[in-house]
Design a protein around this ligand. Sequence first.
Ligand code: NDP
Length: 448
Amino acid sequence: MSYVDEVLERVKAKNASEPEFLQAVEEVLDSLRPVIDANEEVYRKEAILERITEPDRQIKFRVPWVDDKGQVQVNTGYRVQFNNAIGPYKGGLRLHPSVNIGIIKFLGFEQIFKNSLTSLPIGGGKGGSDFDPKGKSDREVMAFCQSFITELYKYIGADQDVPAGDIGTGAREIGYMYGQYKRITGLYEGVLTGKGLTYGGSLARTEATGYGLLYLTEELFKSHGQSLEGKTVCVSGAGNVAIYAIQKAQQLGAKPVTCSDSTGWIYDPEGIDVELLKEVKEVKRARLTEYAAKRPSAEYHEKKNGEHGVWNIKCDIALPCATQNELDIEDAKALVANGVIAVCEGANMPTTLDATKYFQANGVWFVGGKAANAGGVATSALEMSQNSERLSWTFEEVDSKLQQIMVNIFHNIDDAAKRYGHEGDYVMGANIAGFEKVATAMIAQGVC
Ligand code: NDP
């Protein structure tokens, strides 16, 4: 049995109750076969695959807090510090009722390779809680965040582990967490990224993941001798990534016509009005029905069970920007039948494995989230640099660095795929390019 298959079997037996983690490991290890097979003896002796699929540590803790009625509530907090071979652990905190250890492990595992691809010195980690900020008052969110950090502060630090935002963790949550960290430790350091601009945040961090996704997509089209001008784009999600992906797509001459949230979706054939979307989602934190109410050209569709309406709309480019496994094989078939040219993932693992394979088998240019959404964490690392040198860069400075990083990522993954004879397989290219650097660092640092 090959080394990859042996390790896959072991990981499956050991983590049977964590389907998302297994899905992520299978996708990565499967696509690393060419590089592992070519160096099997070294990697096997060093147990690189066993080590890279086992987190350095998993921290799980109780988060008690008091709601507005005076009732004590209890949530579970997690931080998975996966791998710090190339830099301090770095990865977001997800606050969503669906959060469990398997989801945090899948995200932390992906983060190792994504962070490596940015070419910046950051390792992989992820955390979060099953707390749901939706419908909570500011005071309740603050009470939760303070309690969460009262435990987590022991394990994080500017040179140790630097968490950031993710689903459910925006500027408000990061602010409360930063305040509590500072209060407990007395340190004013870059321990969290996604901070507000008045206390160490970076310009362009808010826009970074969505903008970065489009910079990479633009480079992908250029490499095929095409441009984004006039292309129709379907976007899912209506959160941080989706909003700024829509904005940048418009700036680059494309026309995004959809967005969605967990209860419904919008089809706006005249193009999404991004200012209205921002007002509904960022300011009012309201449902998309409010968008439709103010925009005569928009159709609102209630989401039916298991149905992801946006992928039935005809488009040239699909950008899934909501959550994991939101684009399945039926969606992939609908997109291919409608002539989609490219799919680039803004969210983490939004496409199921069989859907990914279907796209690739049908000649669709498919770039996975590890590469395509790396602009967020790359800009977080730029925020860490600014904090370390006690300086703030201009929006243009950060944005141009982000653009360069995304262009480099595209060429790195493209070259890695070509080097192993799989031209155009950007999933394989991303995994190989991300893996090689981490594996080399792990071997150089000995058994640890
Ligand atoms: P937000 O919380 O800002 O937005 C998430 C969006 O997805 C919301 O519109 C939400 O709808 C929708 N959504 C969430 N869960 C579901 C679901 N089960 N079904 C349908 N829609 C859903 O998160 P972000 O935009 O920050 O993150 C989106 C994705 O991008 C995640 O996978 C995240 O891990 C990834 N990512 C984010 C980065 C960042 O910098 N923010 C960086 C790299 C990756 P509703 O409003 O109804 O909750």
